[in-house]
Design a protein around this ligand. Structure first.
Ligand SMILES: [Zn+2]
Length: 484
């Protein structure tokens, strides 16, 4: 009988993140290429015309340094740009400007918060470097041709390489989520995965009885779901091969989300195939202490620290604090609103339900919320409800209208006469009618069945679309019933 093998999954990630700069890494072309007509964001530099010289974008360096600092990396004084040579139609220069032997940063880490919310796991960052993006090949099925769009050529990226510290596909997806959150907090990148602003490749192998296994590489994982699914598929494939006594071959796969499988790509290139050498057009990049000190001071509170502060400082449940700090823009919004209306749990409730629903329906990014519905507006609605001038349901409708139209909640309430009805004469009139329509209920009440009053109040509320002051309505009904 064969012994059971002790297998452990080992995953390392390579993550490319597009930096949130206005222009490209080595020229003044706009980096905002997404959706632009093909080949309209290009110049001799990013097209690799002979004689055109690159000029480094300082802002890109700053953002890359911020990412490195957020990941607690060491930042050497000197880093070097290198040419990575390969031939592919999306790379007009015949090489990509990257960093190789002397990257911008190394030896960092991210403390991954595990799902139980209390423990963390340290994932080491091997290196973080700057590089330019390549163009895009667009397949054109009607003609069967492949077209080249060079708008993306030269767009600034950082590549983040982890040590193989991840032990499951779920952990890998969780890591990318938390990395994304951290980079969004630091304004390094929007990390919009649908736009390809964060792209993930992975190395995966199975260690058997503590002996390292052969790695394969999975590319083209462009969503959290894809990361988890693709790695699961490959993990299962490798484990089954090993259990049957087979081997794993080094190979590169692409994830095909439609088919739900990994598909072999070109044979994996080794570093020596790229013939890296220092780019003679670019001087070494020197980073001094003062620069990193200034950038460090600009970094915002980290998501984890902020969550703890929100939970403890405002007495919020852990659940609320977690959701509110997923996005820095939402946490900022929450704190601005609470400064104006110091009932944190109430603000949190409205944000997490009503405001999140509106954002979702409008397909609006969290960072656009304050522009659409300033915190002052939300607070105005909360005050109207708090003071009893409108009820909660009306409050929701007013909030929705304020969100859609940008109008003042007060003005909406005035104009649409949504305010609570606390006019006794008006309610007395309505009470009279309700009693006439429900003679049996009125008789039951008089016979001593107090509970019928609730039913009659409900009828009155319905006639006013919930706007009647319920306490006053009950009093008026009671008076009328006693008098009749
Ligand atoms: Zn250009």
């Amino acid at each position: 009988m064969r012994e059971t093998l002790k297998m452990e999954t080992v995953i390392g990630l390579e993550i490319h993140v597009q930096l949130a700069t206005r222009t490209k890494l080595f020229c003044g072309c706009s980096a905002d290429y997404f959706g632009a007509p093909p080949n309209t964001h290009c110049c001799p530099v990013c097209l690799g015309m002979p004689g055109a010289l690159p000029v480094l974008n300082e802002r890109a360096v700053e953002l890359a340094l911020k990412a490195a600092l957020a990941l607690d990396c060491e930042i050497p004084e000197r880093s070097v740009f290198a040419r990575k040579q390969y031939f592919y139609p999306d790379l007009p220069k015949g090489y990509q400007i990257s960093q190789y032997e002397a990257p911008l940063a190394r030896d960092g880490h991210l403390d991954l918060e595990l799902p139980d919310g209390t423990t963390t796991k340290r994932v080491r960052i091997r290196r973080l470097h700057l590089e330019e993006d390549a163009g895009r090949l667009v397949h054109d099925p009607p003609t069967g041709r492949t077209l080249v769009d060079l708008n993306r050529c030269g767009v600034p990226l950082i590549e983040i390489v982890t040590e193989p510290d991840l032990r499951s596909p779920e952990e890998a997806a969780l890591f990318v989520k938390q990395l994304r959150r951290l980079l969004r907090y630091a304004d390094v990148s929007r990390c919009d995965m649908e736009r390809g602003e964060l792209r993930v490749d992975a190395n995966i192998s199975i260690a058997v009885d503590g002996r390292p296994g052969t790695k394969t590489e999975i590319k083209n994982m462009n969503s959290f779901q894809a990361i988890e699914k693709a790695l699961k598929v490959e993990e299962t494939r490798q484990r089954m091969a090993l259990e049957r006594g087979g081997t794993v071959q080094p190979q590169t796969f692409g994830w095909n989300p439609e088919a739900g499988r990994v598909e072999p790509q070109r044979a994996k290139e080794e570093a020596e195939d790229y013939r890296y050498f220092p780019d003679p057009d670019l001087v070494p990049l020197l980073i001094d202490e003062a620069w990193t000190r200034r950038l460090r001071a600009e970094l915002p509170e980290r998501p984890r620290e902020r969550r703890r502060r929100l939970q403890e400082g405002y007495g919020l449940p852990a659940y609320d604090a977690r959701l509110l700090t997923e996005e820095r823009a939402i946490a900022d919004y929450f704190e601005r609103a609470v400064a104006l209306f110091p009932k944190p749990k109430e603000v949190s409730n409205w944000l997490l339900t009503e405001v999140f629903r509106l954002l979702d329906e409008a397909k609006l990014a969290p960072e656009d919320l304050a522009g659409r519905l300033p915190p002052e507006r939300l607070v105005e609605v909360l005050r109207l409800v708090d003071e009893g001038r409108i009820n909660r349901n009306t409050g929701k409708a007013v909030l929705e209208e304020a969100f859609r139209t940008g109008r003042e909640p007060e003005a909406i309430v005035e104009e649409r006469k949504l305010g609570r009805i606390a006019d006794e004469a008006r309610l007395a009139e309505l009470a009279e009618r309700v009693i006439q329509e429900h003679p049996q209920a009125a008789r039951d009440f008089k016979a001593g069945n107090e509970r019928v009053l609730g039913f009659l109040v409900g009828q009155l509320m319905a006639r006013t679309q919930g706007r009647a002051d319920p306490k006053l309505a009950a009093k008026v009904l009671r008076d009328k019933l006693a008098a009749s």
